[in-house]
Write a protein that binds this ligand. Structure first.
Ligand SMILES: [Zn+2]
Length: 389
């Protein structure tokens, strides 16, 4: 068994609040204890003690919407590619990631889901998110219009089955024919129904939530804007206690005021920061493919070569965290909820991840005073070891 690791002298963000000079003890892959002060010394020589010198110690990040990174794609890559992307995001603090597919041919998606399901079975990813093909041509974003279809429950079922119990979420335009029946089918199979890439009215969105939809796929993006006579999906999704809203906090997808509006209305417990990352995340500018679509990344912003639609992001969750805590001025506890606790709860994984508590996986992130990442641990092993000399 791996030696006990004692992390001391940290500003630890616990579910009950933040403690200065706190400690976390890791045994094997799990958190053994958390303490407000220095941890009681374990047996001499049996433990590695790391003094974190006042750095932040927060739970590992959970990304529920992510298409790739490190130059490779979750939406079309090989198993090896996917693992490389997972590792890239891990080095940026994401210890739990759901792999997002994009609109494609149904047979392709089913085959690809089979491969992703094996990685989920091994614990490398936390399941599969299908973003498309059941989305609105009016709000298609970077999805291939020729492959979009109405949400036929039989086809939805085909993808659920292809994922062998690892389908976690599906984004759909619930106003399309078959939309509400598909939402009910997803919920019946334990799959999160997410409203997104949608042209729905306020009333249609309320109906989708009543049918069981519980997530807003990148709120504000790829949906009608908030209007005072036609409030559309944004108002319906923000006001409903049952809905968690995804936000892409990269400074490009959202104006800071839109982020504040979402936090103000949804509160600390209903916001999930996502990356919606594509291959260039943690890699660099250049030409990439997002599913079947060609994308040009310049200055970290990904756009379709044809038409110029924003095509995912190059965000990593450590940058979303830093931006939220600095530019947006959010309390660190709120940011931790948005990157860890809320998405973990949404996935039903909050018995294992999403907070620093005894018995949970030792997934944690160390950040300095400026919220720059200095350490990442997943299941008790350092993926990025803090250099504190
Ligand atoms: Zn996406």
């Amino acid at each position: 068994m791996a030696p006990t690791k004692v992390l001391t002298g940290a500003r630890v963000v616990l579910p009950t609040g933040t403690v200065d000079g706190g400690s976390v003890t890791v045994e094997g892959t799990r958190i053994a204890s958390t303490a407000p002060g220095a941890s009681p010394s374990p047996v001499e020589g049996a433990a590695q003690t790391v003094d974190l010198r006042g750095h932040w110690l927060v739970p590992g990040f959970v990304d529920i919407h992510n298409h790739g990174g490190g130059g490779v794609s979750f939406a079309g890559g090989t198993a090896e590619d996917v693992l490389q992307g997972v590792h890239t995001h891990l080095r940026h603090g994401t210890t739990t990631v759901v792999a997002s597919a994009v609109t494609g041919d149904l047979d392709f998606l089913a085959r690809h889901a089979g491969m992703l399901a094996e990685l989920a079975q091994q614990g490398d990813i936390a399941g599969i998110h299908f973003e498309g093909p059941f989305i609105s041509p009016c709000r298609k974003g970077a999805h291939d219009e020729s492959l979009l279809r109405d949400p036929d429950p039989a086809e939805v079922r085909k993808l659920i089955d292809a994922a062998h119990g690892h389908a976690r979420m599906m984004t759909l335009a619930t106003e399309l024919p078959g939309g509400l029946d598909s939402v009910r089918l997803l919920v019946e199979h334990g799959v999160i129904a997410a409203v997104g890439h949608t042209d729905a009215t306020y009333e249609q969105t309320v109906a989708a939530v009543d049918a069981g939809a519980t997530v807003a796929t990148h709120l504000f993006n790829a949906m009608p804007p908030l209007g005072h006579r036609a409030p559309g999906p944004i108002a319906a999704l923000l006001e409903d206690e049952r809905v968690t809203v995804e936000l892409i906090n990269d400074g490009t997808h959202l104006h800071p005021a839109a982020l504040q509006l979402a936090f103000h209305h949804a509160g600390r417990d209903r916001v999930a920061f996502i990356t919606d990352a594509m291959d260039a995340a943690g890699f660099g500018d250049g030409r990439y493919m997002l599913g079947p679509m060609e994308v040009e990344v310049a200055d970290g912003v990904a756009r379709l070569v044809e038409g110029g639609s924003i095509a995912g992001s190059t965000l990593t969750l450590d940058r979303a965290f830093k931006r939220a805590a600095t530019v947006d001025g959010l309390p660190v506890e709120d940011v931790v909820a948005a990157v860890s606790a809320n998405p973990a709860r949404l996935l039903g994984l909050d018995d294992r991840v999403g907070s620093l508590e005894p018995g949970k996986d030792a997934d944690l992130v160390v950040l300095d005073d400026a919220f720059e990442l200095v350490g990442v641990m997943r299941k008790g092993e350092w993926a990025v070891a803090p250099q504190l000399a």
